[in-house]
Design a protein around this ligand. Structure first.
Ligand code: AMP
Length: 209
């Protein structure tokens, strides 16, 4: 199974991706996590990305596209993957289309988590306050100024992907403001529908014999 989870920062993509990882034994490919690891390790990519990420802006397309291209080649991604935080721009989506086509792979679904941005900002602020209270390290971009930038980047650069995938008949939207189990159940329904549609198409395909 190969999926994209689409939605602004704090929409719950990571939480839902984790559930799907456990349920289906596929890997979560979070470009944010990969970039944070590169920053922590001080690699050339990390050095390039560090300040951009702290400001809440997007890392250049060619950097993330290369990271994803390398990652989906790894053996653990063979069974499938959930892209969390990628693609984030139309050129990234086009690069992903090319990458998958070259490998003869297809996407099963693109699932948008629809959220109310005002409530989202409160959610992220609450998460930061809770983490700080627990003495946990807070992300460099989990502060009000960077969060505003991240939401603006989402609106300007990532939201157009909703239309991109809708035009290709691949988009399903679920209410991301519902509780975690309710969102999970809605995602399961989308996956069941896409699996049924896929089987239907396979049945209708001429066998060629
Ligand atoms: P995330 O953990 O998905 O919220 O990502 C954190 C930060 O990493 C973003 O604000 C960007 O600076 C960077 N980033 C993650 N994924 C991408 C992407 N697909 N394209 C560009 N920048 C990204």
């Amino acid at each position: 199974m190969r999926l994209i989870l689409l939605g602004p920062p704090g929409a719950g993509k990571g939480t839902q991706a984790q559930r799907l990882v456990e349920k289906y034994g596929i890997v979560q490919l979070s470009t944010g996590d990969m970039l944070r690891a590169a920053v922590a390790a001080g690699t050339p990519v990390g050095r390039r990305a560090k300040d951009i990420m702290a400001r809440g802006e997007l890392v250049p397309d060619e950097v993330v596209v290369q990271i994803v291209a390398d990652r989906i080649e790894q053996p653990d991604a063979r069974r499938g993957f959930i892209l969390d935080g990628f693609p984030r721009t139309v050129p990234q989506a086009e690069a992903l289309d090319r990458m998958l086509a070259e490998k003869g792979l297809t996407l099963d679904a693109v699932i948008e988590l629809k959220v109310d941005e005002d409530i989202l900002a409160e959610r992220v602020e609450r998460r930061v306050a809770e983490m700080t209270a627990r003495g946990e390290a807070v992300r460099a971009d989990d502060n009000p100024a960077a969060l505003r930038k991240r939401l603006a980047a989402y609106r300007a650069q990532t939201a157009p992907l909703v239309a991109y995938y809708a035009a290709r008949g691949m988009l399903s939207s679920v209410d991301g403001m519902a509780s975690i189990p309710e969102v999970a159940a809605a995602i399961e329904r989308v996956l069941a529908e896409t699996a049924a549609a896929r089987q239907d198409r396979a049945r209708k395909m001429p066998t060629g014999g």
